[in-house]
Design a binder for this molecule. Structure first.
Ligand code: HEM
Length: 393
């Protein structure tokens, strides 16, 4: 039933929602929630079980993504995350060209590996560091800036705008200012690539055509505003979650150091165990039902991909990090027509990043004199700090 008085809201930044989601899965898998913590003031239901999450995300005709235009779209502009049906398909065809597999391999060699190596070079001699401040918070944003074609020296500014756009529903004034600032900054670069393509992603976007149509300026800026938060914030937190597992799950670090072929399993289990984005949004466009629960047209849905990843029916002992768990794709990147466009890039960045960290920082362990990392948050999850020591070199 959808009317159980189960309050799923916890503090946006420090909350621990998994126990509440477990209760919802057991007692009332489609549950009413107060959406105001997510910047939503409609009637809202949370969907918590794997099968229901999958069914909703695969039925784009009944469950529209247009609701994204109402909250995050206000700050990101004309947004593919908020498009449905044919409009979304054509747009996705245009932008996904830039993420083709041959391109990924080039990025790995040319951008990803040098970026992480450079960051690690700075901390190697120190013997101690906060891996969030000095590595993970800078690495994916530098990669995405390089992919887009933005100078490296502006990547810290981009990271700041990305956070402010992402949390725009909580602080609209800051979100709008960041959105406008990013557009003003990007406008001359877009114009320059239009006149003279340089092979970067912006060049690709301004010249790409599907059925003779090019992307409008608003759609280009909408994509770029999405790409920076989508590509930087998510991967930075996911990498922090992987490092937290590596350094806190007994025996894990030694096993992975001894056998690097375990890295893909470490990454997949991290993405299931603690994903960095816990939910995606949809709106029912007609009266329907989910798992026997009536859903009226106009109801907003918080589709809890993180809860699906802990569904005990699919993942026994789901709260435990288990490197030897049989591999099954998690719901971390969504499914259906909006499935994450950057998932191969995210996995590659995590793999290259973790491999480089293990190479560069032998003897890596948590700093015994400082607090251990804590993964926290309602919508976005990751540790604020990972204080470590290692053999200086
Ligand atoms: C671990 C890291 C990441 C996670 C957990 C993640 C998660 C997701 C999820 C759940 C969606 C589906 C949204 C929906 O159904 O409404 C999505 C979509 C998307 N992601 Fe990611 N993402 C990650 C990394 C990236 C990266 C690195 C990029 C790009 C550089 C990226 C770009 C996008 C884009 C453009 C979409 C929209 C796709 C569409 O609407 O068709 N993501 N992501």
């Amino acid at each position: 039933m959808a009317t159980e008085p189960l309050d799923l809201n916890v503090d946006f930044f420090t909350g621990q929602p998994y126990p509440l989601w477990a209760r919802a899965r057991a007692e009332c898998p489609v549950v009413e929630m107060d959406g105001s913590a997510m910047g939503n003031d409609r009637p809202m239901l949370a969907v918590t079980k794997w099968a229901d999450v999958e069914a909703v995300l695969r039925d784009g005709e009944t469950f529209s993504s247009s609701i994204n235009a109402e909250h995050i779209g206000v700050f990101m502009g004309d947004l593919m995350l908020a498009m449905d049906g044919k409009e979304h398909r054509s747009y996705r065809a245009l932008v996904s060209h830039a993420f083709r597999p041959s391109q990924l391999q080039q990025w790995d060699d040319r951008l990803v590996k040098p970026t992480i190596d450079d960051l690690l070079e700075r901390i190697r001699p120190l013997g101690r560091a906060d891996l969030v401040a000095s590595v993970t918070s800078q690495y994916p944003v530098q990669v995405i800036c390089a992919i887009v074609g933005v100078p490296l020296e502006d990547s810290a500014q981009f990271a700041q705008w990305a956070v402010e756009i992402n949390t725009g529903p909580l602080d609209p004034e800051k979100g709008m200012a960041a959105s406008q600032a990013m557009r003003d900054y990007l406008a001359p670069i877009v114009e320059a690539r239009r006149a003279e393509p340089t092979g970067d992603l912006i060049s690709d976007m301004v010249h790409a055509e599907v059925d003779g149509e090019k992307l409008t300026d608003e759609k280009i800026y909408g994509f770029l505003r999405l790409l920076l938060p989508a590509g930087a914030e998510t991967t930075f937190r996911a990498l922090g979650n992987a490092l937290t597992a590596l350094l806190t799950v007994p025996g894990l670090h030694d096993r992975v150091v001894a056998d690097r072929s375990l890295l893909p399993a470490l990454i997949e289990e991290t993405l299931r165990w603690e994903t960095s984005i816990t939910q995606v949004s949809r709106i029912a466009v007609r009266d329907t039902e989910i798992n026997g629960c009536p859903v009226a047209a106009g109801t907003a849905l918080s589709v809890l991909v993180a809860s699906a990843n802990h569904d005990e029916e699919r993942y026994p002992n789901s709260g435990e990090f288990d490197l030897d768990r049989p591999m099954q794709n998690a719901m971390t990147f969504g499914t259906g027509q909006h499935q994450c466009l950057g998932m191969h890039l995210a996995r590659m960045e995590m793999r290259t990043g973790l491999d480089a960290i293990l190479d560069a920082l032998p003897g890596l362990h948590l700093d015994p004199d400082l607090p251990a990392p804590v993964i926290a948050g309602l919508a976005f999850r990751g540790p604020d700090a990972i204080n470590v020591r290692f053999d200086a070199s």
